[in-house]
Design a protein around this ligand. Structure first.
Ligand SMILES: C[S@@+](CC[C@H](N)C(=O)[O-])C[C@H]1O[C@@H](n2cnc3c(N)ncnc32)[C@H](O)[C@@H]1O
Length: 258
């Protein structure tokens, strides 16, 4: 049975879905009517529940993509289509110690923290105090604050705080990533992975050249394309509108300096 503090996705349709941490008591207001909490606490994930207007919602178990897409946004965020590949092609595992810059809205921080837990840590750097505060709230709402250490710091000017050769993976989502590559090289363990993502080719080219100069190998760039298919009795075909371009993903591995 569901209980207070459980995270649920109340799903009516793609246009009416609510990610909610269940409070102790009261009612949930939705655009389709009011849901009484004492009725939800008699249900399980997968059950249906009706609003006072008779509109039906399914009670779903949220995925980490549901949670990250519902963060309060102060910046652009890394989308699940890109995050999925970033997780698999970097050195990320339960117990890993990874670095992320910038924190932005904390959307990707949530994903990283979910995969390094229970004993790993995400060291997350952000230069803007207001963004950092919002990100901290988003991470706390996701229940992952114990696996993240936040720093308010300009990494371009002041560098990272981690020790040399101590970090399993570095994730860079900055407008000028080439400015932090030297520092990323310093803190990464030998042979370990770095990823940087940017929307523009010029940014990728400059980062690529810097990576070669500083000491990285296996430098590869990808763009991930995702196309949703509408399956309907009237005809199955791709959805007309979708997210087309988000970012180019640049992966590399650290080479130890001779
Ligand atoms: C695109 S956002 C990151 C979004 C984040 N990956 C997410 O999924 O929510 C880029 C962030 O980098 C931060 N930033 C820019 N320059 C920085 C610097 N020198 N040091 C630390 N953070 C920086 C910006 O303030 C912004 O919040």
């Amino acid at each position: 049975m569901l209980k207070p503090n459980d995270l649920v996705l109340l799903y009516h349709s793609e246009n009416a879905k609510y990610l909610i941490t269940l409070p102790e008591s009261g009612e949930l207001q939705t655009h389709k009517g009011v849901i009484k909490l004492n009725e939800i606490f008699q249900k399980n994930y997968g059950d249906e529940i009706s609003t006072h207007r008779g509109e039906k919602f399914y009670i779903l178990k949220p995925t980490i993509a549901d949670i990250e897409m519902k963060v309060k946004r102060t910046t652009t965020i890394i989308y699940p289509k890109d995050a999925g590949v970033m997780l698999l092609k970097t050195n990320l595992f339960p117990g890993a110690k990874v670095v992320e810059v910038g924190t932005g809205s904390g959307a990707f921080t949530i994903i990283l923290a979910n995969f390094v837990r229970p004993s790993g840590i995400v060291y997350s750097y952000e230069v803007r105090e207001d963004f950092l505060k919002n990100a901290q709230e988003n991470v706390k709402r996701a229940g992952l604050e114990n696996n993240v250490i936040f720093y308010l710091r300009d990494v371009v000017k002041e560098g990272f705080l981690e020790e040399d050769n101590s970090i399993d993976s570095v994730y860079i989502d900055l407008p000028e990533p080439w400015e932090v590559i030297k520092e990323a090289h310093r803190i990464l363990k030998g042979g370990h992975s770095l990823i940087s993502l940017n929307p523009n080719v010029e940014q990728i080219q400059k980062t690529f050249r810097t990576l070669e100069l500083i000491g990285f190998t296996r430098i590869k760039v990808y763009e991930i394309l995702e196309r949703e298919i509408l399956v309907r009795y009237s005809g199955t075909r791709p959805k007309e509108f979708s997210i087309t371009h988000t970012a180019y993903l640049l992966f590399a591995n650290k080479v130890n300096k001779r």
